[in-house]
Write a protein that binds this ligand. Structure first.
Ligand code: HEM
Ligand code: HEM
Length: 197
């Protein structure tokens, strides 16, 4: 199984991500948005109120889904024998790769911290009323504050890096008019007639 579909064109970056990677990428982006928005919005609700508690339920369920999507992404990557070549070379290519690694690392850390924070309160992470992930490790309450602070800081780190990452993708599409964004949204290329060789 290969991880790329190659279309033969005269462009510098003719490959696109395969369907699985594209689906997992956009699911990740959507879940990160839901996770961040839910946590920022619940602050407006009063402590112990239904609004705040329901948004927390959404946050925990989205957190469990993000964990599953992230694990699929890693397995998919490991199973693919071929990885997609960098869209650009030189310093910009290095910066793009750095941003991707930073996002992967940030997500791993954020997922781990989310569970550890909840477990440090002696509570499980619920997927609505369907199932829950009970504390699998015994985390002392003493770490609760630090875990929470780290979780909040890494949330901002992920959001800032993804905004820069998304802006770079849009810059490629709108200003440079190359195929970087169409590697992740192939239908854009078809619509613009980019796929014609
Ligand atoms: C990229 C993914 C995530 C982002 C951006 C994110 C963001 C946040 C933010 C901004 C807060 C509020 C922090 C504060 O009030 O100080 C929070 C709280 C929390 N998050 Fe996440 N989070 C993510 C993933 C997860 C995951 C995967 C889990 C675990 C399943 C999780 C569990 C929690 C818990 C337990 C809280 C504390 C809730 C409470 O105050 O009782 N988060 N998250
Ligand atoms: C929280 C949101 C996002 C996260 C966590 C994220 C994460 C990532 C990661 C980790 C990769 C590297 C994939 C790999 O090769 O393994 C990637 C690629 C990519 N992302 Fe995102 N992304 C997000 C949002 C967006 C948005 C909003 C856009 C478009 C506006 C976008 C466009 C792209 C494109 C075009 C690529 C492929 C770049 C290339 O081929 O070099 N991403 N993303």
């Amino acid at each position: 199984m290969t991880s790329v579909n190659v279309t033969h064109t005269i462009d510098q970056s003719p490959e696109r991500y395969n369907r699985g990677m594209i689906l997992l990428h956009w699911a990740t982006a959507l879940l990160v948005l839901v996770l961040f928005a839910s946590a920022e919005i619940w602050d407006f609700g009063e402590r112990g109120g239904a609004f705040r508690n329901n948004l927390k339920l959404v946050h925990f369920a989205a957190g469990i889904l993000l964990t599953a999507v992230f694990l699929c992404r890693i397995v998919w990557r490991l199973m693919s024998r071929q990885s997609i070549p960098a869209a650009e070379k030189g310093l910009m290519g290095l910066a793009a790769k750095g941003a991707h690694y930073a996002l992967y690392l940030g997500l791993v850390a954020q997922i781990a911290l989310g569970f550890l924070w909840r477990w440090s309160q002696g509570r499980s992470v619920d997927f609505f009323n369907l199932f829950s992930v009970p504390p699998l490790l015994n985390i002392s309450q003493d770490y609760r504050h630090q875990l929470g602070e780290l979780h909040e800081n890494i949330a901002w780190f992920i959001i800032i890096v993804s905004v820069v990452h998304a802006a770079a993708a849009l810059f490629h599409h709108i200003v440079l008019k190359d195929r970087v964004l169409t590697r992740m949204i192939p239908s854009l290329a078809t619509r613009a007639g980019h796929n014609k060789s």
